[in-house]
Design a protein around this ligand. Sequence first.
Ligand code: ATP
Ligand code: MG
Length: 139
Amino acid sequence: LEDMLAVIKPDTQHKGIISEIRGRGFTISRLKDTVLSREMAEEFYREHRDKPFFSQLINHGLFLRSGPCTMMVLTKDNMLEEWRASMGPTDPSEARQAAPGSLRACFAKEILETAVHGSSNTQHTHQKIQFLFRDISTE
Ligand code: ATP
Ligand code: MG
């Protein structure tokens, strides 16, 4: 079993996505709602800081900061691939074409409002869990 850090972005809160995620066989082992500040959003997506879309990603309609994000540690066999497949392609219009049953096909609006996030490797998983859950002791 592998852990991964996944995020439900603000606009997707009330659409039954949590039961959808459980129904797909993911175990939610930690869960916390957090409203991100701009600084936290920048830190969270720091690996994209040199990309041309970085500023848009952080500031677009204040989307990422428009309400609580649900931060989750998910656990499953073959977790990275399974969650990627479950999310579908980054661009929701591509997701609706290529992966109609995916979470992004169902819940995402456009490329800057992608409904869900998943950390892309184990290093990012550990960094983001440390960053997002640092105020909660696990001892
Ligand atoms: P995430 O990291 O959020 O799970 P992802 O791994 O599918 O998404 P990344 O390449 O890591 O895709 O991009 C991070 C976020 O940046 C995406 O969720 C999307 O909102 C935004 N993004 C990615 N590519 C572009 C682009 N070409 N133009 C605008 N925004 C983009
Ligand atoms: Mg990514």
